[in-house]
Design a protein around this ligand. Structure first.
Ligand SMILES: Nc1ncnc2c1ncn2[C@@H]1O[C@H](COP(=O)(O)OP(=O)(O)O)[C@@H](O)[C@H]1O
Ligand SMILES: [Mg+2]
Length: 179
């Protein structure tokens, strides 16, 4: 079995250190996103001031802005750590620490093998429409793992909409088993 496995997520590169049982999550800067954004900004025909504000000032939550492609991974790391620290909710796979968002450390999880729609359906029974706060996270099975007793856990919870769902339904979600 390989000792080091590297995976690519939406905003982070994840290094699985198998023998240590730990995972390191590093933020990714999307240079292609930055170039595309620059191109859009340069060639934009609508109100220049508005469009400059949009590309440069809006927060990292908006795809299509420079800050999004630069800081998305760092922000995800920081949000993940803070949500875990604040709630210690059982549904969250633990995040042990963050180093200023530049690296996060988690234990290795056993990633769910079922389809994304299987996971979504189980979550939907409990959280319903609230899942649309971050459907990108909740409809991908590789954002989830099992604990040793087979209970479902989320290992990617750095996106903005996830915290609302955890605050409202985390306790019930932590009881999903058998996926
Ligand atoms: N603690 C973990 N244990 C095992 N695999 C993990 C762990 N954290 C992440 N991964 C794997 O790495 C992939 C990317 O990590 P993720 O946290 O989803 O990053 P992103 O926010 O960039 O999508 C996940 O889909 C999962 O397959
Ligand atoms: Mg992910």
């Amino acid at each position: 079995m390989k000792q080091i496995i590297i995976k690519r997520g939406a905003s982070r590169i994840v290094v699985l250190l198998v023998s240590a049982g730990l995972v390191l999550k590093f933020p990714v800067i999307s240079f292609s996103g930055i170039f595309k954004t620059f191109d859009n900004w340069r060639s934009s025909i609508i109100d220049r001031e508005f469009i400059t504000d949009y590309f440069f000032k809006y927060s990292f939550d908006y795809p299509g802005t420079f800050s999004f492609y630069l800081f998305q991974g760092i922000v995800a790391n920081i949000r993940e750590y803070r949500l875990y620290r604040r709630t210690k909710n059982d549904f969250l796979w633990p995040t042990y620490l963050t180093f200023f968002g530049l690296v996060n450390i988690q234990p290795i999880g056993d990633v769910v093998c079922r389809s994304g729609s299987d996971v979504w359906d189980s979550l939907y029974v409990i959280a319903g429409e609230d899942l649309f706060a971050d459907s990108h996270t909740f409809n991908k099975s590789d954002n989830f793992c099992h604990n040793k007793d087979g209970f479902l856990r989320i290992l990617d919870y750095g996106a903005k909409g996830v915290s609302r769902v955890i605050d409202k339904f985390g306790c019930e979600l932590s009881k999903i088993n058998g996926l």
